[in-house]
Write a protein that binds this ligand. Structure first.
Ligand SMILES: [Zn+2]
Length: 86
């Protein structure tokens, strides 16, 4: 992903890293496994990229529009579902 147009018209770019508009959404029942996996990776002094991959693979990518605060959730990893604050 690089640029996506929000329903308000604002173009969200997630090319910077870290991206202040990019969030991660994780189910509570996956959180413990993620933390244990990251701790295990850290103890083994393994590649930090594996920890990032583990967290990314167990969470959904979310973009928050800075103009309208809509959340764009990528449940299938490719297509955004838009959520607006009520
Ligand atoms: Zn917007």
């Amino acid at each position: 992903m690089s640029n996506i147009r929000c329903k308000c018209g604002f173009v969200i770019s997630d090319v910077s890293a870290p991206c202040p508009m990019k969030w991660r959404l994780t189910a509570d029942d996956k959180w413990e496994d993620i933390v244990e996996g990251i701790v295990s990776i850290a103890k083994g002094k393994q590649d930090l990229a594996r920890a990032y991959f583990l967290f990314a693979s167990e969470s959904l990518e979310v973009l928050k529009c800075p103009e309208c605060s809509r959340l764009l959730i990528f449940e299938d990893g490719q297509h955004a579902t838009f959520y607006v604050k009520e």
